[in-house]
Design a protein around this ligand. Structure first.
Ligand code: MLC
Ligand code: AMP
Length: 502
């Protein structure tokens, strides 16, 4: 059976009363609850008339019910498409029209907009899960049975589509198969030594690879429990960490933990593993964490398009400023612009290959072809080097991407929106270093010459973008200028802007 749900469920504990998710209010979801609830929701999805391969899009808060909706989608043979609840009209409209899901699950407060957009996009079914895990989807699933027969899927069948922003401004849906997800889950579970009795403190959002796949798959394959928190909060993390053995986070979580009074050795007394990824972990954070807690954070590197590619070792030296070695089953090479493999220590483009690497971008065959080499290597757009001991360091990106608090922002998308505002001639969106988010989004906006009546201000630009774009993409600062620096080819020199405004 290649359905990922079956692969995970085969490792669920025999005892149906064993804990799976422990919630902030003390409620516990057992593995039996997970099986039953996913069965009922799968029954509902199938009864709606969705066919294998149809998309189930969900823009809901992190709750046990929304996690189970993911498993139910797998069981029913559909393709899960999680969306950040921060997404606004502009983003949602695009995703629904592009993915054409058979079912869209939203929060009740979004209902009016969801009605409008689903009608426009021809999405036949709209149901709700609210922020307490209740709503029309849960009510409609209640009459269905606890013994849904999980639909047969092959390892090459799609399990999920996760949108990643695109350099051209158009988001691309990365198509991941049951096989892609299963192979990465098994690798990480083994490589990070998951063991009976582990307790993961889960504070990541569940609409991205990190929180949804890396963290949850490891726990489910392990048949163990997680402290399932709605979001990251440093104070709450400090209180809960003594009950946990594993923690996974983006670098901002570690920066915030270090800023938390009372966070020390004792707070981490049962922890065996801290994992960081999704964005570069600063050397100073890595060092300060060792000093404060005695723990060496394990940094790993990955991407929506294939899960995890490299990891520092579980046993052996974890080197700060590096992302370790290729994981078993994943090949990583560093090549120059002509595709020739670089010598040790030489900086080049990172390419990856393996069974975990995605099968392409949803309905974008040309874009997919561009991102792979003729011999099947995926071009990550990251730039790095390998040292004499084989440790890989990410030193930059060839793609114009900002990672803010572990969330990706492609400048082109914001620039397009700003350029359409009255009084704007053009704009350049740049990442600047930020103590908390690592990088922050900033806009340099050129006022139109002789634009009658248009007064461009930071507040005006920000107000115009809010409601259209997710909050994390809204520039933290806006600089209004008369022109942008350009090179001889006429290309905007973002490096000059970054220096000027840093
Ligand atoms: C929230 N805001 C952000 C932001 N998150 N702004 C910039 N960057 C972010 N990441 C906005 C809020 O809407 C708010 O706006 C203001 O910034 C301050 O919010 P906050 O209270 O500080 O934010 P908070 O809710 O605490 O969220 C910050 C965070 C969260 C870092 C905890 O963003 C987070 O959990 N990030 C993790 C993302 C993640 O899982 N990435 C993995 C991707 S997978 P306003 O206007 O209301 O004041 C991947 C592959 C891989 O990359 O390798 O893993
Ligand atoms: P996403 O598209 O959200 O999956 O983000 C993937 C990108 O995050 C990668 O291409 C890298 O640029 C970045 N990334 C992930 N992990 C790390 C890491 N440990 N260090 C530096 N960058 C990282």
């Amino acid at each position: 059976m290649d359905n990922l749900y079956e692969i995970l469920a085969a490792r669920f504990p025999r005892d149906p009363d064993a804990s799976c998710m422990i919630l902030a209010d003390g409620r516990v979801w057992t593995y039996g609850d997970v099986r039953r609830a996913s069965s009922r929701i799968a029954g509902l999805i199938a009864a709606l008339g969705l066919k294998a391969g149809d998309r189930v899009a969900a823009q809901v808060e992190k709750t046990p019910e929304s996690m189970v909706l993911y498993l139910a989608t797998l069981r029913a043979g559909m393709v899960f498409l999680p969306l950040n609840p921060a997404y606004q009209r502009h983003e949602l409209e695009y995703f629904l029209n592009d993915a054409k899901p058979g079912l869209f699950v939203c929060r009740p407060q979004l209902r009016p907009l969801a009605n409008e957009l689903t009608q426009q996009a021809g999405v036949p079914h709209l149901l709700e899960i609210d922020d307490n895990g209740k709503g029309s989807l849960i009510d409609a699933a209640a009459p269905f049975g606890d013994d849904f027969a999980t639909v047969q899927r092959h390892s090459g069948d799609l399990a999920a589509i996760l949108y990643t922003s695109g350099t051209t401004g158009r988001s691309k849906g990365a198509m991941l198969t049951h096989g892609n997800l299963a192979v990465n889950a098994r690798t990480l579970h083994a490589f990070w030594h998951f063991q009976p009795g582990d307790m993961l403190l889960h504070m990541l959002p569940t609409f991205h690879v990190h929180g949804l796949f890396v963290a949850i798959h490891c726990v489910l394959l392990n048949g163990s429990a997680m402290l399932f928190e709605a979001k990251f909060d440093a104070k709450r993390a400090r209180q809960l960490l003594p009950q946990a053995t594993v923690f996974m986070g983006v670098p901002t979580y570690y920066v915030r933990l270090l800023g938390e009074p009372g966070f020390d050795h004792d707070s981490c007394r049962h922890i065996r593993l801290f994992v960081s990824g999704s964005a570069p972990l600063l050397r100073e954070t890595f060092d300060a964490f060792i000093e404060r807690t005695g723990h060496t954070i394990l940094e790993r590197y990955g991407m929506t398009e294939g899960g995890m590619f490299t990891s520092n070792p579980y046993v052996g030296e974890r080197r700060g400023g590096t992302v370790g070695f290729p994981l078993p089953g994943t090949e990583v090479r560093i090549v120059d612009d002509d595709g020739k493999v670089c010598k040790t220590g030489v900086i080049g483009n990172i390419q990856v290959r393996g069974d975990n690497v995605f099968v392409g971008y949803w309905q974008m065959p040309e874009k997919t072809a561009e991102e792979f080499t003729a011999d099947g290597w995926f071009k990550t757009g990251d730039v790095g080097r390998r040292d004499g001991h084989g440790y890989i360091a990410i030193v930059g990106r060839s793609k114009d991407l900002i990672i803010s608090g572990g969330l990706n922002v492609y400048p082109k998308e914001i620039e397009d929106m700003i350029d359409a505002l009255p009084g704007v001639a053009e704009s350049a969106v740049i990442g600047l270093s930020h103590a908390d988010f690592g990088e922050s989004v900033n806009a340099v906006v050129v006022r139109q010459k002789n634009a009658a009546g248009a007064i461009l201000t930071q507040a005006g630009v920000i107000a115009a973008l809010k409601g259209e774009l997710a909050n994390f993409k809204i520039p933290k600062r806006v600089f209004v200028v008369d022109d942008l620096p350009r090179n001889a080819m006429g290309k905007v020199q973002k490096n000059v802007l970054r220096e000027r405004y840093s």
